[in-house]
Write a protein that binds this ligand. Sequence first.
Ligand code: AMP
Ligand code: MG
Length: 407
Amino acid sequence: MSNLILTYNEAADVIRQHARSLLQAKRTTESIPLLTSLNRVLAMPILADRDQPPFPRSTRDGYACRAEDLQTEKPLRIIGQLRAGEIWQGPALNSGEAIEIMTGAPVPPGADCVVMVEHVAVEEELLRIEAGRALATGENIVPAGAEAKSESVIVPAGTRLAASHIAAAAACGYANISVYTRPRIAILVTGDELVAIDHSPLTHQIRNSNSYSLAAQVIIAGGEPVILPVAPDDEAKIEAAIRSAASCDLLLMSGGVSMGKYDFVEQALLSLGAEFFFTGAKIQPGRPVVFGRLPQQYFFGLPGNPVSTMVTFLLFAQPIIAALSGSETDGPRFAQAKLSHSLTAKPNLTRFLPAHIDFKIDAPEATVIPWQGSGDLASTAAANGFVVAPASSGDLAAGEHVSVLLV
Ligand code: AMP
Ligand code: MG
């Protein structure tokens, strides 16, 4: 068995390379109703079906008029009113005239600015503009086509759809939308000690939580989880279970990748013709993480400790699932935060420590949650991210900036 232990950065580079090549693969698409497309990956660009805005749009409630008329104190004559949803039917506006206009209405021909209702006084049919409120040509008007030209790309293919993209698609008349089919991700956990979550475990048994955490993470990453039956610590049975996942796009395994006497996952993968890209990373938690490719699909052997499973998924499996989904940009998400306390770094080991991050507007602040190590799900349940303690021999002082991994 090869011994490919990489640093975090090296392992992340390997993942990026494979994700990039996966993105080039051809994938199937489906057309679905717009509202169900949230978080899916767009397969065809969303195009503007007409100029946006389609007419010069008033951005204020006020009076459409000519900017040059506002250079003098002379009142303007109000000749009509325009609401959103109406179009001016009269002749073009002349010098000395104004038309009352509402936000979102098309600015009538002849007008070149809109003076805000807050800045005028109206007496009889006469409009007086407050001193010092002269406007430049074009003020409070968005010209036709200024936001987007007809047929231009508003959202490119490969975008994971957020609410703003759904708004843009709705504005362009997309009731249905073409997205990539979700990749099917097999989840295979191993361990003789595991029991189903609806069973009462004996003292020495452990409920299988990893199938559930992985399924939840797969869904967030844009995949469709396929949960396989739990495999015991038995090489032949693990091999059979791996074979049963052959139709899936990616295989996620948990447990059995450490150096223990009953850790058979790597051996089983090897017997089935696996190629390994790394068999460990200098990280904590998650050191025994394995990444490679079988003839039929990529796979991860994630360590079984529940927090290790979740962290290694976020760091390495999530970007591969994103690429399989056709998403151009997804990787693990990091942000910068100020440490609320000092922290000990360890040489040669990048650590990911469960933390509470207070996302304040000025500077997010991170506080590491005391924990019992990579089996401690209770501490992790209280965390909304992981502080990255870089591989280094120096300690970090309170107030220093660190990277945080967002979940
Ligand atoms: P392993 O990676 O197989 O050595 O397992 C490491 C630790 O994780 C052990 O304490 C296991 O009991 C625990 N573990 C492994 N698989 C699971 C699972 N599916 N759900 C919960 N805990 C697990
Ligand atoms: Mg095990």
